[in-house]
Design a binder for this molecule. Sequence first.
Ligand code: SAM
Length: 341
Amino acid sequence: MAKDITKPDPSVVLDLLEAFRRSKTMFAAVSLGVFDTLGERAHPLDELADQLKLNPDALERLLDACVGLGLLARDNQLYRNTPASSAYLCTESPDRLTGYLNFSNQVGWNLWSHLEDAVREGTPRWKQAYGWDAPIFSSFFKDDWSKREFLMGMNGQGRISSPHVVSAFDLTRFRTLVDLGGATGHLAIAACRRYPTMKAILFDLPDAVPLAKEMVEASGIGDRIEVVPGDFFKDELPQADLFAVGRILQDWAEPQIVSLLGRIYDRLPSGGAILVAEKMLNADKSGPRWAQMQNLNMLTCTEGKERTLAEYEEILTRAGFSDVQGCVTPSPLDAILAVKA
Ligand SMILES: C[S@@+](CC[C@H](N)C(=O)[O-])C[C@H]1O[C@@H](n2cnc3c(N)ncnc32)[C@H](O)[C@@H]1O
């Protein structure tokens, strides 16, 4: 008996053994339409099973698991959404994360299933999982549904992070922000809301532009944000005194990053700056877990990686920037600001 008590605590292993089941429970409930069907009303099991055309016994297991996970509430045998599931798991919500959840369930899941080979070879898994050997964004944008889901997924997380990122430093002195690879414009929108005299240009691939325009128009401050199609590796960059790159440096290998930072540096006036939005790894890479997991995620789907502040400082100063400052935020992304002297 005493021997058993001296065994190491197995809870970390047992928890992780079960962790993928928890993720998959949420992915399946989103994908089957549970949260959307519940909407704002409490439903009994039979009514939900009928509407969703699902096996009632199996659905009850799924719903009860969602209750256990805090994704649903149940009173008197009626199931209803929680505030978090209403905000993030319903497709009608402006804060929805369903795009990224669907992407994780349908695409990321397959890429991650080859993690061992990614670690063996140090390369992304598109070819192994899907037979594609194309630039990463042609994989994300392979059809209209995938493109919209991917960009809306970025948008959901961006709406949480961008207000923190644009407030991490006082950006009042900048007049024009160019958000490179700005996707749906959440960072440009947050910046224009925070700094009433700032104007913004959202610059992204032509494929991303229709949704970007739709989102910018719906923001209520579309008159201060222009959407410009282009390739940030090839086309002339718009003129600005502040460039933002949110979740861009994590996507690319070092030579492309060096080229992009060089292009930004050359385009900036003296006194201009670059604002990087990424989740930073701790100096010793011991955390935070979100950044460590994203670092592995980048391994499965891109040629890029996550970095520490010192590593950002190194690549930014190599491109000519100085006065590199980092700010950890309580959101999925941190902020780094560097200046062209
Ligand atoms: C990982 S997403 C990040 C989007 C956004 N900055 C955010 O944080 O939500 C990368 C973005 O870069 C854009 N992108 C990729 N390659 C690009 C290129 N060569 N030129 C311009 N934009 C590009 C993609 O269309 C996508 O919107």
